[in-house]
Design a protein around this ligand. Structure first.
Ligand SMILES: NC(=O)c1ccc[n+]([C@@H]2O[C@H](COP(=O)([O-])OP(=O)(O)OC[C@H]3O[C@@H](n4cnc5c(N)ncnc54)[C@H](O)[C@@H]3O)[C@@H](O)[C@H]2O)c1
Length: 559
């Protein structure tokens, strides 16, 4: 049985459970880069939607998102009904070893029941390809055997904590299911070693809620001043410098391992099933101090640390033997620990508090709680705040000293109403009227649909005010300043204007100055030249929010 590796994916849809989380979000980037479509399901118990909003801008793709717990069968079935799922990558799970010893029932319930419900629905909807996030934890202490470091997939399993037991149990379930219906299933079990680092863009990374359990995120928090010092658990191991050895793998390399596994399953003989395990590691061990020094170098900071006693359950060396993945999946790591430290440092400095920022709030603007239809408020709780919608990258509200000074609707319905009068919206591709809807550009004549007397107004039928922008990326670069960046992919197939256009709308709110600035950028990515003239269509009422007239309002504008 040999697998033929193919490149294209024919726009196949992958259900990514846990896709708002650390490894899942990085994998979504690689999936989209490889031509797959993604649907994310996540209950946001250890993540937040902002990672998905950022993924949209990073990938220039709309990514359907469902806030659903995998144990909620009815909710999850809706996803299978709404989308033709071709394969599943299953990241969703609780993952903290220490916590699992304190609340084992929650771990068993969440990880195992969630996986069972997912597999049952896959069976019902005839989805056969499944990539599972397992862990090197299933091996337990591989040093208990004489010749098992580096650890091969054949190493006997022996997890030592409830978290590891859940991964072991799910692996067993997959094996049993495969044995019962060999031709119906294609299972790739990926046993990760120690994922670290962040996306080189600095837009996504690990954002542990609470105290980080892992070395790198902990060091990053010490470096940005969120924690006092690093604790090194034991320097009396029989290693180069006395600290334990682990196999660290850049999260982007790990994400690419999932693409390799999925392509392997995609290309696998349709008359055969499969249930196979692969280690995803670098094959190179690094000590805690080596990683510490690499991170200090990347950040330029000598982090304070304290050596304390060994941690229960820690062993000397857990390094992967990744030969099987190299041979069969044609995958191996390309990045080094130094790259991980550099990328982590970029992520940590640009997002010292991760995704969740004080002064940012979001609410649903539709009854069906669509995440891409959120209203996001920046400067929330301060004396100057602004609320925006994805639809039209619209200014929904601007409040000074608690008083609204612009007009807006309570929910999306208002904006979708034909009488909405473009209220608060981004206007494009061309703000204002084009006489008779005609223009000539580079010797070519264009005719737009007439929508205003005898003219075409505000982009006519391709008007941005009813287009759903991607994002936003929200940042808080200094105490008083918040930014919200939206993106629109406006291809010539979506409009009567020529050329494929990428549009960026960035709002910068300065609470201290009580100012809101808008910056527009357009980038022609393909096709013919296009006219472009962007603006915002806000109706100001600087006098009082609930008065019928704008008497007393003074306006001032500058460019
Ligand atoms: N990060 C590691 O060191 C590591 C190592 C080995 C294996 N893994 C496994 O890889 C997977 C992803 O890990 P990660 O580091 O990205 O973790 P993460 O916590 O960042 O991501 C997991 C995501 O799953 C979601 N989730 C949890 N339970 C859910 C449920 N019942 N329904 C819907 N969503 C749910 C969480 O909200 C989170 O967004 C996990 O299964 C983890 O056990 C992680």
């Amino acid at each position: 049985m040999t697998a033929q590796l193919q490149s294209g994916s024919d726009d196949k849809t992958v259900l990514v459970t846990g896709g708002a989380g650390y490894i899942g979000s990085h994998t979504v980037v690689e999936l989209i880069d490889n031509g797959y479509e993604c649907v994310i399901v996540d209950n946001l118990s250890n993540s937040c939607y902002d990672s998905v909003a950022r993924l949209e801008i990073l990938t220039k793709h709309h990514i359907p998102f469902y806030k659903i717990d995998l144990c909620d069968r009815e909710g999850l079935e809706k996803v299978f009904k709404d989308h033709k799922i071709d394969s599943v990558i299953h990241f969703a799970g609780l993952k903290a070893v220490g916590e699992s010893t304190q609340i084992p029932l929650r771990y068993y319930h969440n990880n195992i029941l969630g996986s069972l419900v997912l597999l049952e629905l896959m069976q019902q909807y005839k989805v056969s390809k499944f990539v599972f996030s397992s862990s090197a934890t299933v091996y337990g202490d591989a040093t208990r055997f004489p010749n098992m470091i580096p650890i091969p997939e054949e190493c006997p399993l022996g997890p030592t904590n409830p978290y590891g037991h859940t991964k072991y149990a799910i692996e067993k379930i997959l094996n049993d299911l495969y044995e019962s219906e060999k031709k119906s299933w294609k299972f790739a079990i990926l046993r990760y070693f120690n994922p670290i680092g962040a996306h080189p863009s600095g837009l996504i990374g690990e954002d542990p809620l609470g105290i980080p359990n892992n070395l790198l995120p902990y060091m990053a928090q010490v470096a940005v001043g969120r924690r006092e010092k690093l604790y090194v658990f034991g320097d009396d191991y029989d290693s180069r410098d006395g600290t334990p050895i682990r196999d660290y793998i850049h999260v982007v390399d790990l994400a690419k391992g999932h693409i390799a596994a999925l392509k392997y399953l995609d290309a696998y003989d349709d008359n055969e099933g499969l249930c196979r395990e692969w280690n995803l590691g670098s094959g190179k061990g690094s000590t805690v101090f080596e990683v510490y020094h690499a991170f200090c170098k990347a950040s330029g900071i000598d982090l304070p640390y304290e050596v304390t006693g060994r941690r229960a359950g820690d062993v000397l060396n857990l390094t992967a033997k990744p030969d099987r993945a190299k041979r069969e999946l044609k995958w191996e790591t390309e990045l080094q620990v130094e790259d991980s430290c550099k990328d982590l440092w970029k992520w940590a400095t640009e997002n010292p508090f991760g995704y969740q920022l004080r002064g940012v709030e979001a609410r649903f603007s539709t009854e069906d709680m669509r995440y891409d239809a959120r209203f996001v408020t920046i400067g929330a709780g301060t004396r100057f705040q602004a609320t925006f919608a994805n639809l039209g990258a619209t200014i929904v509200d601007l409040k000074a000293d608690g008083q609204s000074v612009v007009l807006g609707y309570e929910n999306e319905e208002g904006y979708l109403n034909p009488d909405s009068a473009y209220i608060g919206a981004t206007i494009g591709r061309y703000a204002n009227r084009i006489a008779k809807g005609q223009f000539n550009l580079e010797g070519k004549d264009y005719q737009l649909t007439i929508n205003n007397g005898i003219n075409a107004n505000h982009g006519s039928i391709g008007s941005f005010h009813v287009k759903r922008f991607l994002g936003p990326i929200i940042q808080n670069p200094s105490k008083d300043v918040f930014t919200a960046e939206y993106m629109l992919v406006d291809n010539d197939t979506d409009t009567e204007f020529p050329g494929d256009l990428l549009v960026f709308v960035q709002y910068t709110l300065n609470v201290a100055k009580k100012s809101l600035e808008i910056e527009y950028k357009g980038k022609l990515t393909a096709g013919e030249a296009t006219p472009i003239n962007l603006t915002n269509h806000t109706y100001f009422n600087l006098n009082k929010s609930h008065e019928d007239t704008i008497k007393g309002t003074e306006s001032q504008s500058g460019f």
